[in-house]
Design a protein. Structure first.
Ligand code: FAD
Ligand code: NAP
Length: 481
């Protein structure tokens, strides 16, 4: 079946060296063309890891067919539901040997064991669908949200559409100093007329129009030399119109001498922080900016403080910390002092976390990953993993690409070495029958193209690149499912 699987990536950091889906490397393809193998490969998850693993397999094996299963009716994972709406870019790749099977939740609609039975190999690339909890008293109070849910909300992730964040407060506190924290801070503070030109959902736009949030504190348990965000994202914050930075020069004392020793990217980042912290605010026209963002260092969340009636969050109690050790490996230890930071909204941005997919698949609950050796799932021949579920929830798209190519390479090595089943496998034909008997209606790539066209057309009428469909039922109705 000549299905066309094309991926459009609304992505700012798409690596430049990306081979086309359609072309093959002759030398490597030849290695397989002598063998009568027509491998059926299954990939679970259609984020960067899933697509890049598929891309590698298709490029290096002329006869491989890849089916990409995805729980959402729409493809692309965090490229659609994670990347900030003000970071768009579109790229396309195509292959007739790759098919998208959306609206299929692996682990509930179909088991991993069933997929392993139907395919020569199964690659788990299902990302990290949970978040790292704070683990402190008051975390459950209204007014405390995970950054993950907030990001999902403004990006149209169906499960987060009922979030209804209360933005009627003056001050928000974000716990954690990674790039997700900066994304969230930026979305909270960006002038609405800028957001109106992005594909942020209409509901989020309306809530942000009414927002009273003027100050956003981004809190880290360690110091300026250990922030997890990167320079490009910091620069975007510094240049954000209508805002001013709030940095305490005391946090940067003595840093000038120490930055000589740190690696170059960290050095440049720290120099920018220093420059921003020690700038003359009086001379800066932004001193009068109506909104502000600040970095608080050496503060670890200890408790979410309730309002007097106990009904919602009114602040965060932070344990003051000091560092033990130096550089990236330095550990934050509490000094015994605490500080209360009043706020009406707490966003915990301590990182994402993968979940186990199916009891038959090994899972390391401590590390939150599938235990693997170079992408081979331990004690499970024919089962592989790539992306965040393989190595943990860190790394930009380029890191995920490299990691996914490596898993693709491992899989092909095993295929060549005869470690995968040698006889024919039914692939999608078997799974289609199972899904049909369970009342599951998969969404194909051409279905997605219809939804894509609908989103673009709805966006055009309001001057946005697209207006995302956020209700899976509406998507299926539009497809006549
Ligand atoms: P994901 O992108 O999460 O893809 C996993 C896919 O699996 C999803 O589509 C999910 O729906 C699907 N899935 C999950 N469970 C199942 C199941 N049971 N059955 C079927 N399918 C399932 N990197 C950059 O380079 N630039 C950026 O601007 C950038 N912005 C980011 C913003 C945020 C908020 C976050 C969190 C990350 C950002 N990153 C960015 C990092 C980048 O998103 C990751 O490196 C990348 O998405 C990880 O890819 P993945 O495929 O492992 O996971
Ligand atoms: P992250 O980069 O791992 O940052 C997590 C932050 O939470 C760190 O500051 C960490 O501090 C802190 N933290 C973790 N556990 C904590 C605890 N128990 N108490 C206090 N603080 C704690 O995670 P992320 O921001 O979710 O980003 C995930 C990945 O996506 C990153 O690789 C990021 O670069 C990428 N991303 C990229 C972009 C972009 O390119 N524009 C945008 C968004 C995300 P410690 O360092 O002290 O642990």
């Amino acid at each position: 079946m000549a299905l066309r699987c094309s991926c459009r990536w609304p992505w700012s950091a798409w690596p430049r060296t990306r081979p086309s889906f359609a072309r093959n490397t002759p030398s490597l393809c030849q290695q397989f063309s002598t063998q009568e193998i027509n491998p059926q490969i299954c990939v679970v998850g259609s984020g960067p890891a899933g697509f890049y693993t598929a891309q590698h397999v298709l490029k290096h094996h002329a006869k491989a067919h890849v089916d990409i299963y995805e729980r959402q009716p729409v493809p692309f994972g965090l490229v659609r539901f994670g990347v900030a709406p003000d970071h768009p870019e579109v790229k396309t790749a195509r292959s007739p040997r790759c098919a998208f099977r959306g609206n299929v939740a692996v682990g509930s609609d179909v088991t991993v064991a069933e997929l392993r039975e139907a395919y020569h190999a199964v690659v788990l690339s299902y990302g990290a669908e949970d978040h790292q909890t704070l683990g402190v008293q008051g975390e459950q109070l209204p007014g405390v949200l995970s950054a993950r849910a907030f990001v999902g909300w403004y990006n149209g992730l169906p499960e987060n559409q009922a979030l209804a964040p209360d933005l009627s407060c003056d001050t928000a506190v974000i716990l954690g100093q990674g790039n997700v924290a900066l994304d969230v801070a930026r979305i909270l503070l960006t002038p609405i007329e800028h957001l109106e030109k992005t594909d942020i959902t209409e509901a989020a736009l309306e809530a942000l129009r009414q927002s009273q949030v003027k100050t956003v504190w981004i809190v880290g348990r360690r110091g300026p030399l250990q922030v997890a965000f990167t320079i490009k994202e910091l620069r975007e914050m510094i240049q954000l119109p209508g805002t001013r930075p709030l940095l305490d020069p005391a946090d940067f004392l003595g840093l000038q001498d120490r930055i000589k020793e740190v690696p170059r990217p960290r050095k440049r980042l720290t120099e920018l922080l220093l420059q921003t912290a020690t700038g003359q605010p009086g001379a800066d026209h932004r001193a009068r900016a109506p909104r502000a963002w600040g970095l608080r260092f050496f503060r670890s969340p200890q408790q979410v403080l309730p309002s007097p009636d106990g009904q919602r969050a009114a602040g965060v109690r932070l344990a003051v910390t000091r560092l033990e050790g130096t550089g990236e490996a330095a550990r934050a230890v509490p000094t015994g002092d605490v500080e209360d930071l009043p706020c009406g909204l707490v966003l915990s941005s301590l990182g994402y976390r993968s979940r186990p997919i199916d009891p038959s698949v090994p899972f390391d609950p401590k590390l939150g990953i599938i235990p693997n050796t170079e992408g081979r799932v331990v004690d499970a021949p024919g089962l592989y993993c790539s992306g965040w579920v393989k190595r943990g929830p860190t790394g930009v798209i380029a890191t995920t690409m490299t990691d996914s190519f490596l898993t693709g390479q491992t899989l092909l090595q095993d295929l060549k070495a005869g470690l995968l089943p040698s006889g024919p496998r039914p692939g999608y034909a078997a799974i289609q029958a199972l899904l049909g008997s369970r009342g599951v209606r998969p969404v194909s790539f051409s279905d997605w193209e219809k939804l894509d066209a609908e989103e673009v057309s709805r966006g055009q009428s309001v001057g946005k690149p697209r207006e995302k469909l956020v209700d899976p039922q509406e998507m299926l109705r539009l497809l006549g499912h």
